[in-house]
Design a protein around this ligand. Structure first.
Ligand code: TIU
Length: 224
């Protein structure tokens, strides 16, 4: 058996997650400065961004593990075109943020593609061969080439981390479910501005026999 076809068995809830390395992708959702560092979209919404920084080092260990096992690695960024043509007014005008999408901020225009704030944080910087998917929505499948690219690569399982647990991560898991993927979320590698929402999300994922998917601790994954 070649390294790529290696079977992985991860101790998870509600039961073991079994996949093959060459049919599995690690998907890191929106680990970008906009959400994790002060001065970006997350803070403009009134959030304490330090709550998200705690997921960075666990996500880096998960990324090292995925690279060592030859998994396809996908990084997503929530972002919009400079002319905001892919940003529905309903999204831009919602709520009362201190800065709206497209407004100038200390890390460039908020949530706009190519601005400094839109970059993946340094500790998780993509390397050659890894995919970067720019997504205008919360889910990574909406208005992106992700579905087609995963089919072309023969991917059947997704291992996920990223931010925020209950918004872009869970939305992506639900989209992936409807497209036939088995999804595992790694506890320490995801975070929310609302720790109680993270806890509730992990529970709703594994409830009902894994209605949304699987959840595992980082150490369980690293042991696989
Ligand atoms: N606000 C919030 O919790 N999340 C987002 O707006 N986007 C992502 O989750 N990436």
């Amino acid at each position: 058996m070649t390294a790529g076809r290696q079977a992985l068995r991860i101790d998870a809830r509600p039961q073991a997650f079994v996949c093959r390395a060459d049919e599995t992708a690690l998907v890191l959702i929106d680990m970008q400065r906009d959400f994790i560092e002060p001065g970006g979209f997350g803070e403009s919404l009134g959030n304490d961004v330090s709550l998200l920084a705690r997921a960075v080092q666990p996500a880096a260990r998960l990324l090292d593990w995925a690279r060592a096992h030859g998994l396809l690695v996908v990084h997503t960024r929530e972002s919009h075109a400079a002319d905001l043509s892919d940003c529905p007014p309903s999204k831009r005008l919602r709520g009362a943020p201190s800065r709206r999408i497209g407004d100038p901020g200390p890390m460039g225009r908020i949530l706009v593609r190519g601005e400094p704030g839109n970059a993946i944080v340094d500790a998780l910087a993509p390397i050659a061969g890894e995919w970067q998917i720019d997504k205008p929505g919360k889910g990574a499948f909406h208005a992106t080439p992700l579905a087609q690219l995963l089919v072309e690569r023969g991917i059947h399982h997704l291992i996920l981390g990223g931010v925020t647990t209950e918004v872009c991560v869970q939305t992506t898991m639900r989209e992936a479910n409807d497209r036939g993927y088995d999804c595992l979320l790694v506890d320490e590698a995801t975070a929310s501005y609302f720790p109680e929402f993270k806890r509730a999300t992990l529970e709703m994922i594994v409830a009902q026999g894994g209605i949304v998917g699987w959840v595992a601790g980082l150490e369980q994954v690293l042991r696989a």
